[in-house]
Design a protein around this ligand. Sequence first.
Ligand code: 1CP
Length: 328
Amino acid sequence: MDPLLLKVLNGVRTPETPVWFMRQAGRFLPEYREIRKQYAFDQVLNDPQLSKKVTLQPIQRFPKLDGAIIFSDILIVLNALGCNVSFEHGSPSIGRTLDQISLNDPVDYSHFDTVQAALKSTRLDLPSHVTLIGFAGAPWTLFAYACDGSNKNGWKKAKELLTQKPLEAEAWLSKISRVTRDLLLLQIASGAQVVQLFDSWAGDLSNDEYLSWALPYAEKTLKDLKVPRIYFPKMQEIPVQLQSFDCEALSISWESSLLLARSRFSTKILQGNLDPKVLLGDENELDKHVQAIMESMKNHGHIFNLGHGILPQTNPKAIQRILDMVKS
Ligand code: 1CP
């Protein structure tokens, strides 16, 4: 029998709501920080057994979780393109930006070996009620990192490339879409039962820019994949054009209204969208927010989640409290 999260993504109506948390495998867990005392981030990222261990940490601590997101990073695609990403100082730094590599450089698929091995091994040891989730970054979000390294200048170089050399930008976005799609196909072949595409910087584009430079490439990346697809365009105002986006579920940002999404995207399963900051505050406030989300999604396909990743300073007790409420 399919696990609950997979069932809901396949369109089955269930009385119980599945729940998992973006960025659950990592930074907020004391047991992850213990591992990081011994190993650098790169070491965890390049070792399938360590990646598996970190993937399973939240599952062991919180048996009510319905999904396990594999420990990896969206930026491995840039390494395959030749960008030499380093994670030495906590936040990533791009060794070679797009202007320093060539469109004709061969893609080094060996950067995807660890995540494949980690998925295969994790799937064998995952409790059968938990769904294994693969993921990647959406092309615009990866392109932005590849051009600028970080968002401290509002993705200035990325936006200049879009406006000044649109043909070159299009060629890069197409290449990134192909390689990201290949990564997701490999993840699915290795045991990912669901995939999520993170468009974390979608909200840094205007509506028109998003429709020209983000949406078509996200669509290309996810088209015809054989497992349920969750797309996360992190933005306040999700354009109506996403009604015809070929995916099973939309993950809704905390800045956006779940009720509006429900009326606008009535055929989509919706995921989200508790504000991660609410987990840092008062427990009664937290309860109210969780209840409001559950109430607003009654009788609609819903996956409980945050509206962005868990903040590193979150107390694990807040996660347990949410799980107890959603599953009561
Ligand atoms: O956290 C998990 O559940 C583990 C898997 C995971 C995921 C889903 C990691 C490990 N990274 C990601 C996705 C990811 N990586 C995104 C999309 C999700 C989001 O918007 O939060 C993005 C934008 C990145 C890029 C990245 N990698 C950043 C953000 C940089 C920025 O511009 O703000 C950082 C800090 C990293 C490093 C990283 N990746 C993952 C972890 C646990 C870390 C922290 C490194 C450490 O342990 O010191």
